[in-house]
Design a protein around this ligand. Structure first.
Ligand SMILES: Cc1ncc(COP(=O)(O)O)c(C=O)c1O
Length: 408
């Protein structure tokens, strides 16, 4: 019989955009292992491993450190919909597209959203956040750590303390920054943090590691409603308002991930294997070594770009180490350059959104893709391609500068 579809055969690529990036082969291997039933003791043991491993990744002692199935925004949505009730006030410091995403999700929870904004390419002085917290008295401050849309990283070490002093909870979207730069969930007093696999954790998109402390647990437990058909004999609904989403109800996810193993969804087995292997790789390398590797790649990449007479985007003192924004030179067609890089070198770099669209490219050096060979190949390919599109720089200057930086 004639079959109209060819077998999958994706072309080899170097994924150097803002994510997803190349998956570590160890993770791909883990994903190909046989499935287990979700109550098989071996599998529930793997669930417990995941909780223990991500406590290390998030640097927390939080009991509730688990996976939400879905891409990174599933983690965001689970936290926001489980914490926020209609009418609750949430403060979002917006410094890029993903701050707007937090607002959008919070509004769908029918929360009252208050924002402070700063120009894309800059971050907030913590004092501005404190002033806004004092003024608006939110129940929750929701903030992105590293916003890939602008390549900026918001300093967070003071934000947890500020929120605690003023009686607010703080939630952090660390999707793009976790395992690529310092994130101290407990030391910085962050109440809830969520992530995704497809950036510095070197996995595929599809699950969102989430951690939250007892302050968030108390809010979530006050809204606990177990779905009919699986209620335990001693079940009593909590007094608080039911959480609007079933899939993202953290109280039911807590039941599922605790010893009671009260059934919720069918855990995404292969994604759990992936998440477990991603964390094992991070722990094997060591978080500090990993941060240093990302910082080194960032220094080499930026040195190379500057040597090619390209201008870096944004406040360099607050640049994320795993993604670099660079201005598209005047007269150079940004999308045509990206297409040529893909066609001629199999190399992907990122476009940009909103006010930055057509103005900057974003180049990722994340996780498994954060390597010397990737930095050098990208710079060499960009130099040749840019020359064809009218931006000539001294031959080899970018790679020379990056190699010199890498080796010092
Ligand atoms: C900071 C940040 N938050 C959230 C997301 C959304 O993640 P996802 O597309 O996996 O839902 C991204 C994706 O790029 C991100 O960079």
């Amino acid at each position: 019989m004639n079959h109209p579809f060819e077998p999958l055969n994706p072309p080899p690529r170097r994924l150097m955009g803002p994510g997803p990036v190349d998956v570590d082969p160890r993770v791909l291997q883990a994903m190909s292992l046989p499935l287990l039933g979700q109550f098989d003791p071996r599998f529930t043991g793997y669930m417990n491993d995941v909780m223990a491993l991500y406590r290390q990744v998030f640097r927390t002692a939080n009991r509730w450190t688990l996976l939400v199935d879905g891409t990174a925004r599933a983690g965001i949505e689970a936290v926001l919909v489980s914490v926020l009730e209609p009418g609750d006030r949430v403060l979002v410091p917006v410094f890029g597209r993903f701050g707007h995403l937090l607002c959008e999700i919070a509004r769908r929870c029918r929360a009252e959203v208050v924002t402070i904004e700063t120009e894309w390419g800059t971050v907030f002085d913590p004092q501005r956040i404190e002033d806004a917290v004092k003024r608006h008295r939110p129940k929750l401050v929701a903030v992105v750590q590293g916003d890939t849309s602008t390549t900026m990283a918001q300093p967070l070490d003071a934000v947890g303390r500020i929120c605690r002093e003023h009686g607010a909870l703080v939630y952090v979207d660390a999707t793009a920054s976790v395992a690529g730069m310092a994130l101290e969930t407990d030391a910085w007093q962050l109440d809830a943090v969520s992530a995704g696999l497809q950036k510095c954790l070197s996995g595929p998109p599809g699950v969102a590691p989430v951690t939250f402390n007892d302050r968030v647990e108390a809010v979530v437990r006050s809204r606990r409603h177990v779905e009919q058909g699986i209620r335990p004999d001693d079940y009593e609904a909590a007094a608080g308002r039911i959480i609007q989403s079933n899939y993202f109800d953290l109280s039911m996810l807590m039941d599922y991930w605790s010893e009671s193993r009260l059934n919720h969804h069918t855990e995404a087995t292969s994604m759990l294997y992936a998440a477990r292997e991603c964390a094992r790789i991070v722990i094997d390398e060591g978080l500090e070594n990993r941060f240093e590797r990302h910082a080194l790649a960032s220094r080499a990449m930026t040195a190379g770009l500057c040597a090619m007479d390209l201008a870096l985007f944004g406040d360099q003192a607050h640049k994320m180490p795993n993604v670099t924004g660079v201005h598209i030179p005047d007269g150079v067609p940004g999308d045509a350059v990206r297409a040529a890089l893909l066609e001629d070198f199999g190399l992907e770099i990122g476009t940009s959104f909103g006010p930055l669209h057509g103005r900057i490219w974003r180049i990722g050096t994340m996780g498994y893709g954060c390597r010397r060979d990737n930095v050098m190949t990208c710079l060499a390919a960009l130099e040749v391609t840019l020359r064809r599109f009218g931006h000539a720089s001294a031959p080899g200057a970018g790679v020379d500068a990056a190699l010199a930086t890498w080796d010092t």
